[in-house]
Design a protein around this ligand. Structure first.
Ligand code: NDP
Length: 295
């Protein structure tokens, strides 16, 4: 029997509508309009498309945006100076530096310059540490989108065996913490894992975040499992996930397609994070004013 197809486009538009409603409510309650600053260095065409889509999503959600486009030869120091200035700018709630930067710029140095309160990609050591410690912070968008999809599919997480293939800072590691936070029993598999198929077949929830087209097939899927495919691989046959969809769909209980699964969720969660950052900054400003009043 074929699996339920988890429609990322539909879930993403539901999240975006929900955020737009919450932004309107936040403003109606006396909050400020959340503002996202995007920074793009160089002329990589894919990065330009990603940033344009993010700016469009801001507009639809009622979130303000400020875009900085810098030439490819911009120095690391100048980029860091801009990122720090945005961190200090009271009119900005979220900072998104489109990655990867040109080769002469160290992405880790740029990420380290982002004000953690405005780190809507959830990439700074501060937010990664908060997430690893099970404390509230800004969560990376793609892993947060994976959890939304699992919830939408009605997949029980508490007590479930979850296997994540991939342990990157961007996807795999944050997912370990998010799934642990939902009381799943989590296994992180990677390039040195022995018997990958056997490990994956234990999973009630299988997440592939590898970057190898169709690495996981029917042999890797426990019958009835929920399979979330984060992979986006450009091949001669078009866009492919890390899961062989045609094979896995016959075994899984629910599965995301590529494209149209996890991909659309990332921008939706970026909107949600920008609102979260705006609310937190507004609350901490109010707390500061109350303290000033008290003295
Ligand atoms: P990375 O290259 O940073 O990490 C890949 C991970 O996969 C590593 O942990 C690596 O193991 C593991 N791996 C590689 N080969 C194998 C193998 N043969 N068997 C088991 N594990 C393996 O990738 P990302 O996490 O950044 O991205 C993963 C995929 O997700 C990519 O296709 C990317 O395009 C996509 N992606 C999609 C997003 C979206 O939908 N919006 C956002 C981000 C990523 P080891 O650690 O041992 O090297």
């Amino acid at each position: 029997m074929s699996a339920q197809i988890i429609d990322g486009k539909q879930v993403s538009s539901e999240v975006r509508e929900r955020v737009a409603g919450e932004v309107a409510g936040f403003i109606a309650d006396g909050g400020h309009q959340p503002v996202l600053a995007t920074v793009l260095v160089g002329d990589d065409p894919a990065s330009h498309v990603y940033v344009a889509n993010k700016l469009k999503a801001c507009e639809a959600a009622g979130i303000g945006s400020v875009h900085h486009e810098l030439p490819a030869e911009t120095s690391e120091r100048d980029l860091i100076t801009l990122v720090r200035a945005l961190g200090d700018d009271d009119g900005i709630d979220g900072i998104l530096v489109q990655l990867p930067p040109p080769d002469h710029i160290d992405p880790d140095a740029v990420i380290a310059a982002i004000n953690p309160a405005k780190d809507v990609d959830g990439l700074t050591a501060t937010n990664a540490g908060l997430l690893a410690g099970g404390r509230p912070g800004l969560v990376p968008c793609t892993p947060a989108g994976v959890i939304e999809l699992l919830d939408h599919a009605g997949t029980p997480l508490e007590g479930a065996e979850a296997v994540i293939v991939g342990r990157s800072n961007l996807v795999g590691r944050p997912l370990i913490s998010l799934l642990l936070g939902r009381n799943a029993t989590v296994t992180a598999a990677h390039s040195r894992t022995r018997d990958l198929a056997g490990v994956c077949r234990r999973a009630d929830v299988l997440v592939a975040a590898v970057g190898v087209p169709e690495l996981l097939g029917a042999d890797h899927v426990k019958p009835g499992a929920t399979v979330i495919d984060v992979g986006i691989n450009r091949t001669d046959d078009g866009l492919k996930g890390d899961v062989d969809f045609e094979a896995a769909v016959e075994v899984a209980g629910a599965i995301t397609p590529v494209p149209g699964g996890v991909g659309p969720m990332t921008i939706a969660m970026l909107m949600a994070n920008t609102l979260t950052a705006a609310r937190a900054r507004s609350a901490s400003r109010a707390a500061g004013q109350a303290r000033d009043h008290a003295v």
